[in-house]
Design a protein around this ligand. Sequence first.
Ligand SMILES: Cc1cc2nc3c(=O)[nH]c(=O)nc-3n(C[C@H](O)[C@H](O)[C@H](O)COP(=O)(O)OP(=O)(O)OC[C@H]3O[C@@H](n4cnc5c(N)ncnc54)[C@H](O)[C@@H]3O)c2cc1C
Length: 402
Amino acid sequence: MKVGIIGGGAAGLAAAAFCGGDTAIVERNEKVGKKLYITGKGRCNLTNNCALYEFFPNIVRGEKFMISSLTAFPPQALMEFMGENGLRLKTERGGRVFPASDKSSDVIKTLLRAAEDRGAKILLDTRVLGVTKDGGGFAVHTDKGDLRFDRLIVATGGLGYPSTGSTGDGYEIARSFGHNIVPAVPGLAPLLLKDDVSPLRGLSLRNVRATVTAGGKSVSEFGEMLFTDDGVSGPIILTLVSRTNRLPLAGAKLSVDLKPALSPDTLDDRLTSDLGEMRNKDIANILTMLMPKALIPYVLERSGVPPHVKGNSVTRAQRYAVGFCVKNLTFTIERADDVKKAIITSGGVDLKEVDPRTMESKLVPGLYFAGEVLDVDALTGGYNLQCAFATGRSAGIAAGSK
Ligand SMILES: Cc1cc2nc3c(=O)[nH]c(=O)nc-3n(C[C@H](O)[C@H](O)[C@H](O)COP(=O)(O)OP(=O)(O)OC[C@H]3O[C@@H](n4cnc5c(N)ncnc54)[C@H](O)[C@@H]3O)c2cc1C
């Protein structure tokens, strides 16, 4: 039984490590795991050390589909597998699991060794250009010639960071076999804004609540965000994009509550007292007690209060307007950033056409999908890699055991 695996990323390597027998990974790059290498800022946050009931809410698309493979291979099983294969791990804040060495290369080495120990061959620098049926198996057409496999696992990743090798080739292969591809859009990506926020570039806001309102729906996240040259990024923005990427974002509103812990009344009391205590100072200076200096022009401009009005001259209406803006500092969204800059691609092979226990195509027996090529995406925290490993393992076991 010959099993071919297209793609030597997280899912492809996991598939090979669990497949055994006569298996070959066909990888277009000069080495495997190029994307794995840059994960977790080079440290590879490979999973989240949490119970499955805590894991599932972090899956944005494909939660139900992932039940079988994650139940069979939950985070603790992955951690055990890594340990058995000689990789020491550590768990950090929020359950994020990293190699003890802080080196993503150690995760790649461990997976590669496990795959080779099970007998997998690795064909590097070989790009798959297309696949056709060949009797009961598959003819895989590559830029180095044709290969033949009895079973085939497509683990080609999504569309993000194409320099790592993921350029959506798997979608074309799936389409050529009649599979529906759910349109790919960015998940975990920055937001581009219509407002000029370049003066705020690099400003990081902690403990704020950001809300995207689009298509009649509002989605909020609490935590940290930061301003970029042309928009916003940071943990809560990436999450918001994943949760709103199917809504009409162009022209929609991003609203930031700079003081979510203060009720409007408490904030008004605080403003009243600050304005009274610093009655002879400009409001622009007084507000430095409440927010980063760089934000003050935005708050004043949106509330229609001149920056040089003195504390004792601020009217009640002006004070209310400032308070309102502190709790609702709004920006107009242009769009989510390009899918090429996304940490995860949302969309991919339609899950309705894939068996969630084996990852086998329901349309083409012997054809399997694993990892990001599937319409599965999750939030940051190690959840995406765990999904790639779990689907890779299921596909590997099923393809190898037929
Ligand atoms: C900057 C960044 C940081 C991230 N950090 C984390 C993190 O810390 N934790 C986490 O859980 N997730 C993280 N992710 C997401 C995670 O990397 C992906 O979920 C995961 O890599 C998906 O695995 P995969 O095997 O499906 O795809 P990939 O890892 O992209 O692997 C696909 C492989 O297929 C190969 N390939 C593609 N087309 C062909 C072809 N035609 N022929 C031959 N080979 C082909 C590619 O070269 C590639 O090696 C991060 C992503 C990015 C971009």
